[in-house]
Ligand binder design. Structure first.
Ligand SMILES: [Zn+2]
Length: 156
Protein backbone atom coordinates (compact mmCIF):
# COMPACT_ATOMS: atom_id res chain seq x y z
CA UNK A 1 0.00 0.00 0.00
CA UNK A 2 1.44 3.33 -0.98
CA UNK A 3 1.41 6.52 1.02
CA UNK A 4 -0.72 9.49 0.16
CA UNK A 5 0.55 11.76 -2.55
CA UNK A 6 -0.96 14.40 -4.74
CA UNK A 7 0.65 15.73 -7.88
CA UNK A 8 -0.48 17.98 -10.67
CA UNK A 9 0.09 16.79 -14.24
CA UNK A 10 -1.46 18.31 -17.35
CA UNK A 11 -3.80 20.52 -15.35
CA UNK A 12 -5.13 17.62 -13.25
CA UNK A 13 -4.47 16.97 -9.58
CA UNK A 14 -3.90 13.22 -9.18
CA UNK A 15 -4.76 12.05 -5.66
CA UNK A 16 -2.94 8.78 -4.99
CA UNK A 17 -2.35 6.12 -2.40
CA UNK A 18 -3.95 5.86 0.99
CA UNK A 19 -6.31 8.59 2.19
CA UNK A 20 -5.62 8.37 5.89
CA UNK A 21 -3.45 10.10 8.52
CA UNK A 22 -1.11 12.78 7.23
CA UNK A 23 -2.82 13.70 4.01
CA UNK A 24 -2.38 17.24 2.78
CA UNK A 25 -4.64 18.77 0.15
CA UNK A 26 -3.20 22.32 0.37
CA UNK A 27 -1.84 22.13 -3.19
CA UNK A 28 -5.43 21.62 -4.41
CA UNK A 29 -7.08 24.17 -2.11
CA UNK A 30 -4.45 26.82 -2.98
CA UNK A 31 -4.60 26.26 -6.74
CA UNK A 32 -6.40 29.12 -8.50
CA UNK A 33 -6.98 27.13 -11.72
CA UNK A 34 -10.60 27.01 -12.91
CA UNK A 35 -12.09 24.55 -13.24
CA UNK A 36 -10.10 22.62 -10.67
CA UNK A 37 -9.65 19.07 -12.03
CA UNK A 38 -9.25 16.21 -9.57
CA UNK A 39 -8.54 12.55 -10.36
CA UNK A 40 -9.13 9.88 -7.72
CA UNK A 41 -8.20 6.90 -9.91
CA UNK A 42 -5.15 5.91 -7.90
CA UNK A 43 -6.72 6.07 -4.45
CA UNK A 44 -6.08 2.67 -2.88
CA UNK A 45 -8.00 2.98 0.33
CA UNK A 46 -9.71 5.55 2.50
CA UNK A 47 -10.30 5.43 6.23
CA UNK A 48 -12.37 7.64 8.52
CA UNK A 49 -9.54 10.19 8.90
CA UNK A 50 -9.22 10.33 5.13
CA UNK A 51 -12.96 10.72 4.64
CA UNK A 52 -12.99 13.65 7.06
CA UNK A 53 -9.93 15.34 5.49
CA UNK A 54 -11.29 14.84 1.97
CA UNK A 55 -14.71 16.18 2.98
CA UNK A 56 -12.98 19.26 4.49
CA UNK A 57 -11.00 19.80 1.29
CA UNK A 58 -14.18 19.51 -0.78
CA UNK A 59 -15.94 21.97 1.53
CA UNK A 60 -13.01 24.41 1.15
CA UNK A 61 -13.46 24.35 -2.63
CA UNK A 62 -17.29 24.20 -2.51
CA UNK A 63 -17.58 27.63 -4.17
CA UNK A 64 -15.14 26.68 -6.95
CA UNK A 65 -15.80 25.17 -10.37
CA UNK A 66 -14.61 21.60 -9.96
CA UNK A 67 -14.39 18.59 -12.30
CA UNK A 68 -13.87 15.15 -10.80
CA UNK A 69 -12.58 12.40 -13.06
CA UNK A 70 -11.67 8.70 -12.87
CA UNK A 71 -13.58 7.97 -9.65
CA UNK A 72 -12.76 4.38 -8.58
CA UNK A 73 -15.24 1.80 -7.32
CA UNK A 74 -14.54 2.18 -3.55
CA UNK A 75 -15.21 5.92 -3.70
CA UNK A 76 -18.42 5.48 -5.75
CA UNK A 77 -19.58 2.94 -3.14
CA UNK A 78 -18.85 5.49 -0.45
CA UNK A 79 -20.64 8.31 -2.29
CA UNK A 80 -23.72 6.10 -2.59
CA UNK A 81 -23.82 5.43 1.14
CA UNK A 82 -22.83 9.01 2.02
CA UNK A 83 -24.40 11.24 -0.66
CA UNK A 84 -23.18 14.41 1.06
CA UNK A 85 -19.52 13.41 0.56
CA UNK A 86 -18.95 15.28 -2.70
CA UNK A 87 -21.71 17.78 -1.89
CA UNK A 88 -22.72 19.73 -4.94
CA UNK A 89 -19.59 18.51 -6.71
CA UNK A 90 -21.24 15.08 -7.16
CA UNK A 91 -22.84 16.48 -10.29
CA UNK A 92 -19.35 17.33 -11.53
CA UNK A 93 -18.16 13.71 -11.60
CA UNK A 94 -17.15 13.46 -15.26
CA UNK A 95 -15.98 9.85 -15.38
CA UNK A 96 -15.99 6.82 -13.14
CA UNK A 97 -15.05 3.16 -13.04
CA UNK A 98 -17.80 0.54 -13.27
CA UNK A 99 -17.25 -3.13 -12.33
CA UNK A 100 -18.00 -5.25 -15.42
CA UNK A 101 -17.69 -8.89 -16.33
CA UNK A 102 -17.64 -10.62 -19.72
CA UNK A 103 -20.78 -12.42 -20.84
CA UNK A 104 -18.69 -15.18 -22.52
CA UNK A 105 -15.38 -15.67 -20.73
CA UNK A 106 -14.20 -15.14 -17.18
CA UNK A 107 -12.70 -11.67 -17.61
CA UNK A 108 -13.87 -9.04 -15.19
CA UNK A 109 -12.51 -5.58 -14.64
CA UNK A 110 -13.40 -2.05 -13.65
CA UNK A 111 -13.86 -0.05 -16.85
CA UNK A 112 -14.01 3.69 -17.20
CA UNK A 113 -17.30 5.26 -18.25
CA UNK A 114 -17.90 8.90 -19.07
CA UNK A 115 -20.71 10.51 -17.11
CA UNK A 116 -22.37 11.79 -20.30
CA UNK A 117 -22.60 8.20 -21.63
CA UNK A 118 -25.03 7.42 -18.81
CA UNK A 119 -28.64 8.50 -19.23
CA UNK A 120 -31.11 8.47 -16.39
CA UNK A 121 -34.84 8.63 -17.14
CA UNK A 122 -37.97 7.51 -15.30
CA UNK A 123 -37.46 4.11 -17.01
CA UNK A 124 -34.09 3.70 -15.36
CA UNK A 125 -30.51 3.91 -16.57
CA UNK A 126 -29.14 3.61 -20.08
CA UNK A 127 -25.50 2.66 -19.85
CA UNK A 128 -22.80 2.30 -22.50
CA UNK A 129 -21.66 -1.05 -23.88
CA UNK A 130 -18.07 -2.19 -23.55
CA UNK A 131 -16.32 -5.04 -25.36
CA UNK A 132 -14.24 -7.66 -23.57
CA UNK A 133 -10.54 -7.04 -24.19
CA UNK A 134 -9.96 -10.80 -24.23
CA UNK A 135 -12.74 -12.23 -26.46
CA UNK A 136 -14.65 -9.23 -27.82
CA UNK A 137 -18.03 -10.27 -26.38
CA UNK A 138 -20.10 -7.65 -24.61
CA UNK A 139 -19.32 -6.87 -21.01
CA UNK A 140 -22.11 -6.90 -18.44
CA UNK A 141 -22.35 -4.66 -15.43
CA UNK A 142 -21.26 -6.66 -12.39
CA UNK A 143 -23.37 -4.34 -10.25
CA UNK A 144 -26.99 -3.19 -10.50
CA UNK A 145 -26.90 0.19 -12.26
CA UNK A 146 -29.83 1.32 -10.09
CA UNK A 147 -27.68 0.77 -7.01
CA UNK A 148 -24.23 1.66 -8.30
CA UNK A 149 -25.34 4.81 -10.11
CA UNK A 150 -27.64 5.91 -7.29
CA UNK A 151 -25.66 9.12 -6.81
CA UNK A 152 -26.64 10.15 -10.35
CA UNK A 153 -30.34 9.56 -9.61
CA UNK A 154 -29.94 11.87 -6.60
CA UNK A 155 -28.79 14.65 -8.90
CA UNK A 156 -32.13 15.17 -10.57
ZN1 LIG B 1 -14.56 -12.21 -22.77
Amino acid sequence: MSKFSCEKRGGVHYVMGSLSEGIDFSSIVNDAQSPLRLSFEDVERINSVGIRATAQMLAAIAHRDVEIINVPVPIIDMVNSLPSFFGKHASRIKSLFVPMSCSQCSVSSDLIVQRDEIKFTNRGFTTPLRRCVSCGASMRYAVMPEDYLLFIAHES
